[in-house]
Design a protein. Structure first.
Length: 117
């Protein structure tokens, strides 16, 4: 079959592989899971995507305790935002910029009447 020296050499290489590459893979997977809510929020054009991103980073600091909150926030519909701004997404304009909220557009459309103070 196989000699004891070959098996020992193979076990040594396997141990080096496990000690170096497996922790790196686990760190990578941990990071990918923690930024998942951020990616969901960006894909859905969530209006609070920046806040969700911040919560994801805070979750890394607190050992993942905040991650479920970030996931729920990213997957939920922003009802109050829709009531206030008329849309539940922050769709970029054709030029790549996010349009101002409706109340700012309304204020910009109001022209002052000459002669009134």
């Amino acid at each position: 079959m196989h000699s004891g020296e070959f098996v020992d050499t193979l076990a040594g290489y396997l141990a080096i592989f496990v000690l170096i590459f497996v922790p790196a893979l686990l760190i990578y997977l941990f990071w990918m899971v923690h930024i998942l809510p951020e990616k969901i929020a960006e894909r859905r054009h969530h209006p609070q995507a920046e806040a969700i991103k911040t919560l994801c980073l805070l979750s890394l600091v607190f050992g993942g305790l905040l991650w479920p909150l970030a996931w729920l926030w990213a997957t939920s519909k922003p009802v109050l935002y829709k009531m206030a701004y008329g849309s539940d997404t922050s769709q970029p304009a054709p030029g790549g910029q996010v349009p101002p909220p409706p109340h700012e557009r309304d204020l910009a459309a109001i022209q002052p009447v000459p002669g009134e103070h």
